[in-house]
Design a protein around this ligand. Structure first.
Ligand SMILES: Nc1ncnc2c1ncn2[C@@H]1O[C@H](COP(=O)(O)OP(=O)(O)OP(=O)(O)O)[C@@H](O)[C@H]1O
Length: 217
């Protein structure tokens, strides 16, 4: 699935953006499926805004976002649901886990999401949790988990559904080097399996994943 950005400008950032150049804002970009894209930007320059626009959580922008040629703003609620169930997965910066549900229940919500049947057996959750060192908290309420544990749960949740694009907003911000390495390896494997692309935002340069494309926001 191809993603095209045309002259995208978030309205709250319009004045700031008129004073600087960006590889993403107010340009034309075609992002091809299978690209592994790192978007680097200092704090407050719009990483979260970009992810929320792409996931269609906000529409306070000018310009166009086209998924396979179709304008995002024209998706019906049902079409948007299908997009999110089967084509675009996300790790939010603020994670957005249900705090009263267990870590496992949070992941299960995504595993059973696809309208056309589950993508993975539930045993895959155990295997992924084992790799990321969170087996011991799977039955714990998410709200009681540390932020770093929640971040790994949110990553697993995003990986147990089908997707062609994975959006990740500073996904390793609360992980140490070893856990970042493990999470990045799992993400790379899952993207490779699906031939999927991703857009990963972060503050700094990094080599956590073999990115194919680098942009400054
Ligand atoms: N709805 C809004 N109304 C007004 N200003 C907004 C709105 N949404 C975002 N902003 C502003 O836009 C800028 C970019 O915010 P955003 O959260 O996207 O940055 P970020 O790059 O993700 O930051 P951080 O690295 O600190 O998470 C900030 O200055 C923020 O205050």
């Amino acid at each position: 699935m191809e993603l095209v950005l045309q002259n995208l400008i978030p309205i709250p950032l319009r004045d700031k953006l008129s004073q600087r150049n960006s590889d993403i804002w107010n340009t034309q970009k075609t992002l091809k499926q299978g690209e592994w894209i790192k978007v680097k930007a200092p704090s407050g320059t719009g990483k979260t805004t970009l992810v929320h626009i792409l996931y269609r959580l906000r529409n306070d922008y000018t310009g166009h976002v086209l998924w396979n040629g179709k304008e995002e703003q024209r998706f019906s609620a049902a079409e948007l649901a299908v997009l999110r169930q089967s084509a675009v997965s996300v790790v939010f910066q603020d994670l957005r886990l249900f705090s009263q549900l267990t870590a496992r229940e949070n992941i299960e919500l995504n595993r059973v999401l696809p309208a056309s049947g589950t993508h993975y057996e539930s045993t895959v959750i155990d295997a992924m949790a084992e790799r990321l060192g969170v087996t011991h908290i799977l039955q714990q309420r998410a709200g009681l988990c540390s932020y770093g544990e929640q971040q790994r749960i949110a990553i697993i949740r995003a990986l147990v559904q089908p997707f062609q694009w994975l959006l990740m907003d500073e996904p390793f911000s609360h992980l140490d080097e070893e856990n970042t390495r493990k999470a990045a390896a799992l993400i790379a494997e899952e993207c490779e399996k699906r031939g999927a692309g991703f857009i990963l935002t972060d503050l700094d340069e990094d080599r956590h994943l073999p990115y194919t494309t680098f942009y400054n926001l």
